[in-house]
Design a protein around this ligand. Structure first.
Ligand code: FAD
Length: 803
């Protein structure tokens, strides 16, 4: 084994091998993979090898498409067969909701270039005669589905990497990792040490253990997973290979394996494996079968696919593989550690392994993953992912693998975990809560405790009229919203202003003022949107997206000067309440001594004030588009602030409102939000944020790329639409049609209660962004006429929030 390497990849499963191959492909040849036993010795060797392109996150779906296309390439380079069988796949719906879900997946597939097709049950039966059609109501067909040989794929990656210059060392275990003063790592193994510039944790089943070597607890947990292979079936003899099939209601996947069928299930009562520590002596082992546990699924399987019952069971496989709490991979550099990367929690290695290797290698070599991998970024999780939290969420995710997640469905596991001081008060006011980074936040308020429950639906739900009343209160009088679920950062020091001016695209505000600003990467793409509030020449209170706190801190820390500025995340030290609506000034004025008139405290002002007895930061700004104020207080004062606002609000018709109303109100105003309208695939001019980019500044990150985008106009444009929709609104990811072709996608949608219309925001090519007509938006499989809005649907001049 060499003593120095640019990169050491720990783990020779399908993921580590893919990372190794992609590093060599990106030009880094001095790369070494260290494997504890033989290649594939973790989850990989006993995988069922199934692969598919459909994924709830379009960005992950793109990486899955890439993975499947890659197999030809690595076979050609390595000469090693991947055992690819592209059989096509069929997803079977047993309920109307599932059929709706499939229609939505098909619609999403349109702008991803996927050729998905809806089938009647009769058509489905023709393609997949093993099904008993009486249990189903329809299906979707995907021509690009199939399975591969896990051994073949891993060795094809590995050989291709070796041909590209990589070295692979087997039967060698990494036992510890020590950081070096030069930013690299001392990789300690049971067969000697290696000095590495970068380390990649691709240790699969042992990713937690490798994480612990560097002091982190990665949110991954292995679950036991069982599949069985039937005896030979005469029904298959002499026939073309059967399709892959997913039977959602039966919670079963099924495909042909030689002359029999392979049938696997994600059972409801899933069992975690090695909950706290993975044994190092676990090798190419299987776990004892437990057919009893999957008996209910098998029973359904035999009803739905009767020929299987008589075929007998030839083999049962029970093996563990890892999941993150949301089931998506964990990739990227770990905040606070130099040159330490992860590529783990990959639960669908044969659909996602290639994409994960590509994104991670580009990130390492080019400094940017080259794709929108927010949904897989290890930085999407923060301190709340304790071992027990991860355990509860992974079990829930596993048990729901084939369940529909409705847009208004909040999942119950690990809740309530994080609450603010007014949680019980909001509960008593019949709040329906959502879970955001494990923090409870109010979504809407019901009139009674009995009604405070979401009836899940793809269509307008039971919350609709109540959200409408909340919106009306904000537009006509005043509403009170808890806004604790924002990220907050305390930025201070003599170099704070200069530094913020470099990392943010807009001009830094004057003392007492607020500036909205995008944050761009070097490619001029959006990696954040912030509210900068200046308290003093050397002190800023910065508000952004809480879910991206670790992501932001990782970026900030990479770009901080050695001295002169400190950035401290303080999300839960400061919690917030917002009052918004035409009567919000009257309400707040009754509690503060300062003059709140526009002359004295205009739009975008920020100041310390006492609100009643409570010391607060007060900003005159509101995401609702109304006159409004955001009040930030340390956590100990939140109850008192809430009580005084409620008491004073009685005079002016104050009503509580929640996140659902806020979403509808901001869409009426065409206001975008992070992870929806603002993502690293869009530039600021495409996202209509050009007015917040200050080219008068000589330097800020992304300036030259943003300048280019300004001059070219960018490829895409964010556009607002109103839709002729009767009972269901757009949610996000629906296709936008123009003149009979799919040209773009929706990023957000809601019913605009004040304007009385179904609204959506979405991206279309710049060339069609000013077309007058011909737009349609597809909601649950139906195309609806959409009218492009030339400005915000509500108060397009923005006069109301400035008055
Ligand atoms: C029963 C079953 C069925 C499955 N079916 C499918 C399917 O149909 N389709 C699909 O896409 N996925 C399937 N999977 C999931 C798939 O197996 C995983 O997504 C994939 O194997 C993850 O690969 P990995 O490289 O991340 O991890 P692993 O395969 O666990 O590889 C990690 C490697 O790292 C090595 N290692 C760990 N620690 C160290 C150390 N300290 N030093 C050196 N080496 C170390 C291990 O020995 C191991 O070889 C299935 C899994 C199971 C269990």
């Amino acid at each position: 084994m060499k003593s120095h390497a640019k990169v050491v990849v720990i783990g020779g499963g399908v993921v580590g091998a893919s990372v190794l191959y992609h590093l060599t492909k990106a030009g880094w040849k001095d790369v070494l993979l260290i494997e504890r036993a033989e290649l594939t010795s973790g989850s990989t060797w006993h995988a069922a090898g199934g692969m598919h392109t459909v994924n709830g996150d379009p960005n992950v779906a793109k990486l899955q498409q890439y993975t499947i296309q890659l197999y030809k390439e690595i076979e050609a380079i390595s000469g090693q067969s991947c055992g690819v069988h592209i059989t096509g796949g069929i997803m079977l719906a047993g309920t109307r909701e599932r059929l709706d879900w499939l229609k939505m997946a098909k619609a999403r597939g349109r702008y991803l270039g996927m050729e998905l097709e809806m089938l009647s049950v009769d058509e489905a039966e023709k393609l997949f005669p093993l099904m008993d059609k009486k249990h189903f109501v329809g299906a979707m067909y995907d021509p690009i589905e199939g399975h591969v040989d896990p051994y073949g794929v891993t060795h094809a990656y590995a050989k291709s990497a070796q041909i590209g210059g990589a070295e692979i060392v087997r039967q060698t275990r990494v036992t510890d990792l020590k950081p070096r003063t030069d930013g690299g790592w001392e990789v300690i193994t049971d067969h000697g040490n290696v000095v590495a510039e970068h380390v990649v944790n691709a240790a699969g089943l042992w990713a937690r253990e490798v994480g612990r070597m560097v002091g982190i607890e990665l949110p991954v947990l292995a679950m036991e997973h069982q599949y069985l292979i039937t005896g030979d079936m005469p029904e298959l003899a002499g026939k073309k290979e059967q399709l892959h099939a997913i039977d959602f209601e039966g919670e079963i996947y099924i495909r042909q394996e030689r002359a029999g069928m392979l049938m696997g299930t994600y059972e409801r009562a899933g069992v975690p494996w090695s909950e706290t520590a993975t044994p190092w002596d676990f090798g190419q082992d299987l776990l004892p079968n437990d057919l009893e546990r999957i008996a209910p699924s098998l029973e359904l399987g035999f009803q739905h696919f009767p020929a299987l019952e008589g075929a007998g069971i030839k083999k049962v496989v029970n093996g563990p593989f890892t999941f993150a709490p949301d089931g998506n991979p964990l990739i990227g550099p770990v905040r606070g550690l130099s040159n330490f990367w992860v590529a783990c929690g990959v639960m669908a290695g044969f659909s996602q392994g290639g994409g994960v290797g590509l994104a991670l290698s580009q990130w390492m070599v080019e400094g940017d993953p080259g794709a929108d991998i927010w949904g897989m970024d290890v930085a999407r999780y923060g301190d709340w992912t304790t071992l027990a939290y991860t355990n509860a969420k992974v079990r829930e995710n596993y048990s729901r693998r084939f369940s529909i997640r409705f847009p208004n469905e909040e999942l119950p596991a690990a809740r309530p975990l994080r609450t603010t001081p007014i949680y019980e008060k909001l509960l008593n006011a019949h709040a329906v809560f959502g879970d955001y980074c494990a923090l409870e936040h109010p979504l809407w308020f019901a009139p009674t405790a009995e009604e405070a429950v979401d009836k899940v639906s793809f269509r307008r739900s039971n919350a609709h009229p109540h959200v409408g009343l909340e919106c009306a209160a904000v537009r006509d009088a005043v509403g009170l919203l808890e806004i604790s679920n924002y990220g907050k950062f305390d930025v201070r020091g003599p170099a704070a202003a200069e530094w913020l001016s470099t990392v943010m695209a807009n001009a830094v505000p004057k003392v007492g003022r607020i500036a909205l600003t995008p944050m761009l990467n070097e490619r001029g793409k959006l990696i954040g949107d912030f509210t900068l509030c200046r308290l003093a020449p050397d002190h800023f209170f910065v508000v952004g997206t809480y879910a991206a706190e670790v992501f932001y801190m990782r970026w900030f820390e990479q770009h901080l000067p050695p001295q002169g500025v400190t950035v401290r995340p303080c999300a839960m030290e400061y919690v917030g309440l917002s009052v918004a609506g035409p009567k919000s000034r009257e309400l707040l004025q009754s509690l503060v001594r300062e003059d709140l008139s526009t002359a004295a405290f205009p739009f975008m002002s920020f100041r310390r004030m006492s609100v009643g007895m409570v010391p607060a930061y007060v900003g005159r700004v509101s995401f609702t588009g109304e006159l409004g104020y955001e009040l930030w207080v340390t956590t100990d004062y939140q109850r008192a602030l809430y009580d005084s606002l409620i008491a004073a609000g009685r005079e002016v018709g104050l009503k509580l409102f929640g996140g659902r109303a806020l979403n509808a109100l901001r869409i009426e105003k065409n206001f975008g939000t992070w992870a929806r309208e603002y993502r690293p695939i869009y530039g600021p001019f495409e996202a209509n944020l050009g007015r917040f980019v200050d080219f008068k500044k000589a330097h800020f990150i992304g300036r030259s790329a943003a300048l280019e985008e300004r001059d070219s106009g960018g490829a895409l444009r964010l556009v607002g639409f109103s839709i002729d929709a009767a009972d269901a609104d757009a949610l996000g990811d629906e296709p936008i049609w123009h003149d009979g072709h799919v040209v773009g996608w929706v990023t957000s949608g809601a019913f605009g209660h004040r304007v009385g219309a179904s609204l959506a925001l979405g991206y279309v090519p710049a060339a069609v962004a000013s077309a007058d007509g011909g737009f349609e938006i597809e909601i649950i499989g139906e195309r609806h006429r959409a009218t492009r809005l030339t400005g915000a649907a509500y108060d397009p001049t923005g006069a109301l929030m400035r008055t």
